[in-house]
Structure formats: C-alpha cells, structure tokens
Write a new protein. Structure first.
Length: 248
C-alpha cells in the first residue's frame, strides 16, 4: 500500500499573514509521520511566509498552484517553474480544472507546464477530470485519458516516476457533491491502467479531489486505488485540515 498523500490547495485564499499563522498552528499540532505525506499549495505571494513558518519541518512539502507555459521573457504577471524552484517549491499543480475551465488552459499548455516543471525538478501534480456534461454523455474515461496522455507525453521515464496524479471530477469541486468512493475507484482504475501502459511506476500516487471533507475523507481514502486527497475548502481551516490529514 502506498503511504497516503494529503494535499492542501488554498487557491485564492490565505495571504502571507494568514498562511504563516496557519502553518504555525498546524505544526504545533501535527507531528511528523512517516506513514503519510502532507503538501501545501499556498498562493505564490504567501509561499515564502508559509514555508518560513514551517521551518525545520522537512516532512511537509510546499508547492505552487501554477507555473507559466514559458521559461522566461515578456510574460507580465507570470511565474516560471525555475522561479518557483528557486523560491523553494518542490512541486506544482498543473492542469487544475480552474486553470483549464476558468482560464482556458489547453492540453498543449498543460503539457508544456509539465515538461518545464519536470525540467526544473518541480514534481508535477497533474490534475485531470471530466465536467458534468461529459460524465452524463459517458465521456469520463475519454476526457481523463486525453488529459493524462497529453500531460505526461513529453516526460522522460525518470520524470514520470516523480509524478503525482489527481483525479478531480469538475462537478465535485467546491460543490459539496463529492464523487462516491465507487465512482472514484472506477476512474482511478482507468488512470492506473493507463499509467502502467505508459511505463509509469506503481509508486506514483493517484489522489482524489472534489468536496473532500473530514467526514467523507476516510471512506474516499479507503476506496480502491485512491492514494491520497487533494483538498480545497476543507484545507483552509486548521481544525478541518488536521481532521483530513489524520484520516485512515
Ligand atoms: P474542493 O476543491 O475541496 O473545495 O472541492 C478541490 C480542488 O479544487 O482541488
């Protein structure tokens, strides 16, 4: 069994002051455990404060929520994988559904971001997931596999071994309507089979995300093939995040 990965996606919440206070409180109550990995994805501007507040906690991983599909140049407002790495990030969310569907990010851009992240030694947390209309049309598998193949295509075997995959059905994100453990298990099996076909080692975890809360986290984590959770809303509050992280 893989050690579960619990990842907090703070989205556009928690500035430096709140992020630092959160990490101080969290670190005071969560002792390092070798049977799970905890990751934080603060806003880029809160990243340094969050990391500093957790100084000495090598068990916690810090990443950014996005990077540019460019290495450098005239791209006002963007952050590159190289800059994120220099700032201390070790991982990055790529292809989150809000990037895809709110900001119009394409599979090609996601592929470029994965490649740049991997080239700069940032482990990509590649997010995939279908929209409600796609699920209703029976297209879940097709959409998820298309996004997955595009995201990993340009990675070397060594880079693929550093991946984390997150299955996040778009209809479940921030809606309070989580996928059932059986729904998640079905898609995770499809993703795992594709990863194997692509030569990606079984050690690469597949997380579930979408309306994870302290009360549904244990059942989702216990679902077949679910190796961890990517959590938005329930990661914003120290109490509820401690409860999610302590699940299983
Ligand atoms: P949610 O968000 O937990 O608030 O549904 C999950 C995500 O978008 O990663």
């Amino acid at each position: 069994m893989r050690a579960p990965v619990l990842a907090a996606n703070w989205k556009l919440n928690h500035g430096p002051t709140e992020a630092a206070a959160f990490l101080r409180a969290f670190c005071g109550r969560y002792a390092p455990r070798d049977d799970r990995t905890v990751m934080f994805f603060p806003s880029a501007l809160a990243f340094a404060a969050a990391r500093e507040a957790a100084a000495g906690r090598a068990d916690l991983r810090f990443g950014v929520q996005n990077v540019a599909a460019h290495d450098r140049g005239a791209f006002t407002g963007e952050n590159s994988a190289a800059i994120a790495r220099d700032a201390g990030a070790t991982c990055v969310l790529v292809g989150h559904s809000e990037r895809r569907h709110v900001f119009g990010e394409t599979d090609a851009e996601t592929a470029e971001k994965c490649a740049l992240a991997a080239a700069h030694e940032l482990d990509p947390v590649l997010c995939v997931g279908e929209k409600l209309d796609e699920r209703e049309r029976g297209e879940t598998e097709r959409v998820v596999l298309r996004q997955l193949r595009a995201g990993i295509r340009r990675l070397t075997a060594q880079q693929r071994a550093r991946l984390v995959i997150a299955y996040e059905p778009v209809w479940a994100i921030g809606t309070g309507r989580n996928a059932t453990p059986a729904d998640a298990a079905a898609v995770h099996a499809v993703v795992r089979a594709e990863l194997r076909a692509e030569g990606v080692p079984d050690a690469v975890p597949i997380l579930y995300g979408g309306s994870v809360k302290p009360d549904n986290a244990p059942a989702l984590l216990a679902a077949d093939g679910v190796d961890g959770l990517l959590v938005g809303g329930a990661s914003l509050d120290v109490e509820s995040w401690l409860a999610v992280v302590g699940a299983r």
